[in-house]
Ligand binder design. Structure first.
Ligand code: C2E
Ligand code: MG
Ligand code: MG
Ligand code: MG
Length: 294
């Protein structure tokens, strides 16, 4: 209502139009086109690092949409639209194939062979196409399943539509995929499921890291999660680490893995290849010569 949105907003709304859907439908069609041509979509990759020495242990693939008119649109904005309008299966399959193609290329170039982790959306878990898309991509790009990790948000694991998700996760791990629970701590859930679900990693949501080390409540939560995960044999990766003070707190608390702007920002594959090549040339390590000769 105009009252709820306030005076400033009410004048923007034209009553004859369905203000909820019409701007979005344009975006839906544009996203459909982007998927068909493939040219506006790109995966960026953000490093995951070992806290003690900063060593690279993995990379998260993060979807980017370069909209010709609106510029870069955040996945947080267009993924819900894709889910609502039946495009998520194709989008998810595009991510799987693209991440595996990239992983295959990096392996050929001799770049550090660490797993790439993709985000798996709710609908991919509720529908049946995931396994066949994974199998097809792994075969096409000759990448072992151990090099493609799956990040699944906590809310999805608890969604009733997914039914009992344990056998499904177990099957994915049997195939060799590492599985992580993403955005851990934001699901307002009972913790009992952690005991039952077959998982490798737990990604502690940025919400708990942001105010460290000053916020005593967040510090207590992080400490509790770390000790619980330790008891359950789960590795914890802290998301969104931006400051040295946060890093120092996490090291002291016994956290081992980290992902955040302090270590690396998400970058295009092209930029990552270029900086790897430059580093390798400087340090004289093999592999880059092959690339330079191409
Ligand atoms: P996520 O999976 O939790 O990904 C981490 C998000 O945190 C990314 O935002 C990343 O850029 C951001 N981030 C990493 N380090 C820092 C930091 O130090 N500070 C701050 N402020 N942010 C940091 P991004 O790329 O905008 O992605 C947002 C969300 O969109 C992701 O959250 C994920 O839920 C979803 N998403 C992204 N790509 C995909 C995809 O291919 N498929 C699906 N289903 N979802 C995706
Ligand atoms: Mg993620
Ligand atoms: Mg996350
Ligand atoms: Mg998150």
């Amino acid at each position: 209502s105009a009252k709820r949105h306030g005076r400033n907003h009410s004048q923007r709304f034209r009553p004859a139009l369905d203000v909820q859907d019409s701007p979005q439908l344009g975006l839906v069609n544009e996203l459909r086109n982007a998927l068909a041509t493939g040219t506006q979509l790109e995966l960026h990759y953000q490093g995951q690092h070992r806290l003690v020495d900063g060593a690279l242990v993995g990379r998260e693939a993060l979807l980017r949409w370069h909209h010709p008119r609106d510029g870069m649109i955040s996945p947080a904005d267009f993924i819900p639209i894709a889910e609502r309008h039946g495009l998520m299966a194709s989008l998810g399959n595009w991510v799987i194939d693209e991440a595996l193609a990239q992983q295959g290329r990096w392996r050929q170039l001799g770049m550090p062979d660490v797993p790439v982790w993709i985000n798996v959306s709710a609908l991919q878990m509720f529908q049946g196409e995931l396994e066949s898309a994974l199998a097809a991509g792994l075969a096409r790009h000759q990448v072992p399943a151990s090099q493609l990790g799956l990040e699944i948000t906590e809310s999805v694991l608890l969604d009733e539509r997914a039914g009992d998700i344990s056998p499904r996760l177990e099957a994915l791990r049997q195939l060799g995929h590492p599985v992580a629970i993403d955005d851990f701590g934001t699901g307002y859930s009972s913790l009992g499921y952690l005991k039952k679900l077959p998982l490798d990693k737990l990604k502690l949501d940025r919400a708990f890291i942001k105010a460290l080390p000053d916020d005593l409540a967040d510090a207590a939560i992080v400490n509790a999660v770390l000790s619980m995960a330790d008891g359950l044999g789960l590795e914890v990766i802290a998301e969104g680490v931006e400051t040295e003070a946060q890093r120092d707190f996490l090291i002291a608390a016994g956290c081992t893995l980290v992902q955040g702007f302090l270590y690396a920002r998400p970058e295009s594959a092209e930029r990552l290849e270029r900086s790897w090549q430059e580093e390798a040339l400087v340090s004289g390590v093999g592999g880059a010569g092959r690339l330079a000769a191409e």
